[in-house]
Ligand binder design. Sequence first.
Ligand code: 3SL
Ligand code: MG
Length: 235
Amino acid sequence: MNIDIIISASDIKKEKIEGKTVVVIDVLRATSVMVTALKNGCEKVIPVKEVDEAIEIAKNDRSRYILGGERNALKIEGFDYSNSPLEYTKDVIKGKTVIMTTTNGTQAIKNAECAERIIIASMINGQAVADEIVKENKDVVFINAGTYGQFSMDDFITSGYIISRIKEKISVKLTDIATTSLYIYDNNKDITSFVKGATHYKRILELGLEDDLEYCLSKDITDIVPEYKNGIIKA
Ligand code: 3SL
Ligand code: MG
């Protein structure tokens, strides 16, 4: 199995992912929110690029739709929740549809639409995603959402973690960048100490959201493997 990594939502090239399986990661925090919402019983997540688009869909039925996401890491005006996974609890999410727009994570998913299969991953479902990739046994491209079009350490080490779990079970051929992500994970088992250096970690910390950071960087809280298909993410 060949494994490659794309380092940001802005670096996605059609020829690299067309017809392939991709694993989209925005560990801080969009894909952690999606996995959490689905784990807690939300029916589906609809990722959209623009705030207006999200509001337009929600207007159809405000009792069924929840508006979630962020701009500049903050809750968007008129939205129900921000992009903190800890807000998406069972009591508020069960049976609902979350319409989500975020700066990097939802953009990465939408930019990857030409892939054959789009899996949503985070640290909290890393092992389950690895197991799914092993089961499928096809070439895979990890898409790191990155931050504002730039490489992001947090998404990179999460890729390394999932690759390490895949490699335990199957023989893999890694590109140089995939090898580097594995090296980073293997040499930084205390993930938080490594991710502390990331620009976006500092931004979330500055907002007083330490609990979000701790939660998003926790391994294997759930075994759900959400997939994006026809505009919708389901577990
Ligand atoms: O960029 C994104 O998609 C978000 O995950 C960023 S934030 O962590 O919610 O600020
Ligand atoms: Mg991020």
